[in-house]
Structures are given as C-alpha cells and as structure tokens.
Design a protein around this ligand. Structure first.
Ligand SMILES: C[S@@+](CC[C@H](N)C(=O)[O-])C[C@H]1O[C@@H](n2cnc3c(N)ncnc32)[C@H](O)[C@@H]1O
Length: 375
C-alpha cells in the first residue's frame, strides 16, 4: 500500500489546519482507496479528532471502513465537521455538494490532490506500442487522459503529426499552464530524454518561460469538457484514437464507439483498454466482488451510480458487440484479467444478465485494437 503523503501535494497544509481547527470531527469524503490511505496516514500521526467516512454511494452508507462508520453526506454538519475530499474523480461535484450543505472551501472543507506519477504515462505508451507499430506522422486523439497530459506529450515527442485530447470531467487537469504540477512534467521530460534522447523543450511541447511552465497549445490540443459520445471533429480526422480505462465510465459506450469510428480515416485504428468490473472492489470492502454490480437491474444501477464516480454496467461481450457493430475490423483482442463466475455468483445476477455468456462475463479487463476498413 502506498503512503498517502506520496500521493498528494498538501498533506502538510492539512496537518497544520488540523492542529488549529475548532471542528469536533474529521470527515473523509470518499470511502475508497484514497480515503483509506489518508485515514491510515492520519491515524499513524495520531491526530486528535475522531474520524468518520462519508460517501454518496448508498450501498456503502451504514457500513464500516477501517472500523469507522460511513455516513451519508447529508449527515455532515458545517458547524462541527471538517471535511476532506479524497475522491479525485468527482472532486468538482463533491465541492459543489458540500457548498450547498453550507461548507466553505479552505475553511471547513479541503481537497487533497493526487500527486501525479509520470511513470504511468510511459506505461500507457509502452502498452499501446504493443498494438501500434509507430506514432510518427499520425494525427492522434486520446480520450479521457485523467489528471495529466503526459501521454499526449510523449506522443508528440515520438513524432505524432498532431495530438488532440478530450476530457469530460476535470480530474484537476492543468492546461496549458502546468507550473503547479511542474515536477510531473520535468520528470517526464528528463525520463524521455534518457529513454529516447528526445528533448521536450527544444521545439517540443513544453515551454519554460521564466518561472512558468506551459504546454504548447498549438502542439497539444485539449478540449474540455468534451465527451467521446459527441466529438467536435469532422469525419476522417484521425489516424489513431486511444482510450485507456475510459469506456467503462461512459454512460452510452455504443455512441462513443460510433463517434470514434466516424472520426477515424479509413485504415485508421482505435486501441483501448476497458475495465468492466465493479469499481467498489478497488477499496477493501470484502462484501463486493468484481461482478457484484450485476446484481442490480440496469435502472437500479444507473440510479445508484449516478452520484459516485460513475461506471456503467456494460459487460465485456456487450462492449465487443457495441464496438464491432460500428463496422470496425477487430485486429487484436486480449483478455488481461478474468475470474471464474461461480454458480453462486451467477445465480446472484439480476435476470437481465441470465442470457449472457457466463465465461465471457467473467472478463474483468480487456484490451483491443480495431481498424476502420478501407472500402
Ligand atoms: C479511470 S480514468 C482513466 C484516466 C487515464 N486514461 C488513465 O489511464 O489514468 C477515466 C477517465 O475517463 C474520463 N471520461 C469519463 N467519461 C468520459 C467521456 N464520456 N468522454 C471522455 N472522457 C471521459 C474521465 O474523466 C477520466 O479521466
């Protein structure tokens, strides 16, 4: 398990605030991995306030995490509680929610930021290189970059002709001024130089201007907010569209696959990794197994998931069917994580899933590449 202080920028600010506060209780908003890690860190530091978790997921409310109760956000109180938002994915919505409950930013609620890890960008590039021979000369679209544009910078350095990126949620993405997260980009640049002997600053996508570091907007184009289900590009705009751990979060993935098909040139390729599993298992709740979300009807799940870091209930065989029905030719299909669906788990699914292929539904992570045929 990582140390929370390795993952955020402002643990020191949070600790000093905890020393001065008049609050009676500390509420960690987000009963998941980051919340747990922060809990462990604060417990090690023996902070004096009692700690509880809050979460918008009604299936978590009333449970215990690290032996502490998980409460509904409605049961927080601005006059006595200090809230720390630990959910990176839904930070904007949660801030707005807390403000509507009477909390004030940096007075009785704080947000911890994810410390970005540039090695992830190299991992993603290495992964795609298993599917795409070279990026040189291509017009590339990256869907859902998350908290940084590291992948985009590396694609540009590797010779892409143009790099576009579309992001639907803020994920605290900084652009084009990245001075606040400078260490991420300078680390990325140094590593790229060692690995590929490419200089990111010399005619590259980063410009250091005195104390500020900027991403060149003419080289890396970010469109935000923008959904893969409504891409503002003409037909035949790209040679390659990448998406990494995005399609399980899209409410209407079929539309997203259709949009990718539309913007690709004939002969163009899409490559992606999809994680069709219950993301509640990414914390230490023993009660959730990776397919537990299939116990709910579609309608129930969409209601439940609406206020949490949304992920859809689309299973692996459905993703494949949705992508291929757009007209793609499948080039490569890799199962990366799979579980055996026991009789007990199979029987627990909502009847809506009873016609599905039991073996394929157990695929929890897959990657594929597909081409828009030339015809
Ligand atoms: C699990 S994160 C993965 C981030 C990044 N690709 C990575 O590998 O770390 C999912 C990303 O998909 C983005 N996303 C979700 N729905 C989207 C949509 N409809 N269109 C574009 N991006 C979307 C989220 O905002 C988030 O950045």
């Amino acid at each position: 398990m990582y140390q929370f202080s390795d993952k955020i920028f402002d643990i020191a600010a949070l600790l000093s605030c905890l020393q001065d506060t008049d609050s009676k209780r500390l509420v960690l908003f987000g009963a998941a991995g980051y919340g747990e890690a922060l809990f462990d860190e604060l417990t090690r530091r023996m902070i004096p306030l009692p700690i509880v978790f809050a979460d918008n997921d009604p299936t978590k409310q009333g449970r215990l995490l690290r032996d502490r109760p998980i409460i509904s956000p409605k049961d927080t109180d601005p006059s006595t509680d200090l809230v720390v938002i630990t959910t990176i994915s839904a930070g904007d919505q949660v801030s707005a929610q807390l403000e509507s409950l009477g909390f004030t930013r940096d007075m009785n609620y704080f947000e911890v930021m994810q410390k970005l890890d540039y090695s992830h960008a190299f991992d993603v590039i290495d992964f795609y290189q298993g599917y795409v021979r070279a990026f040189g000369g291509l017009d590339i679209l990256h869907v859902g970059p998350g908290g940084h544009l590291g992948v985009e910078i590396l694609l540009s350095v590797l010779g892409a002709r143009s790099v576009y990126s579309v992001e639907y949620h803020s994920f605290r993405l900084q652009y084009p001024d990245v001075t606040e997260v400078e260490r991420f980009y300078t680390g990325l640049a140094e590593t790229a130089k060692k690995k590929w002997q490419h200089d990111i600053y010399q005619n590259g996508p980063l410009i250091q201007n005195g104390k500020t570091l900027n991403i060149r907007k003419d080289m890396i184009h970010l469109l935000y907010p923008c959904s893969v289900t409504a891409l503002p590009f003409a037909e035949f705009s790209f040679d390659l569209v990448l998406h990494h751990a995005v399609f399980e979060h899209v409410p209407d993935p079929e539309k997203g696959y259709g949009e990718i098909f539309r913007v690709l040139r004939p002969g163009g390729k899409t490559v992606g990794l999809v994680d069709p599993q219950d993301h509640r298992t990414f914390s230490s709740f023993k009660e959730y197994h990776p397919l537990k979300f299939l116990e709910h009807s579609r309608q129930e799940w969409y209601e439940l998931a609406r206020d949490i870091n949304f992920h859809n209930q689309v299973t692996t065989p459905e993703h494949r069917q949705m992508a291929l029905s757009q007209g793609f030719r499948l080039d490569k299909w890799d199962v990366l994580v799979k579980m055996d669906v026991s009789e007990e788990i199979w029987q627990s699914f909502h009847p809506q899933f009873s016609d599905f292929d039991r073996d394929e539904i157990g695929i929890l992570r897959f990657a594929f590449s597909a081409t828009r045929p030339v015809q």
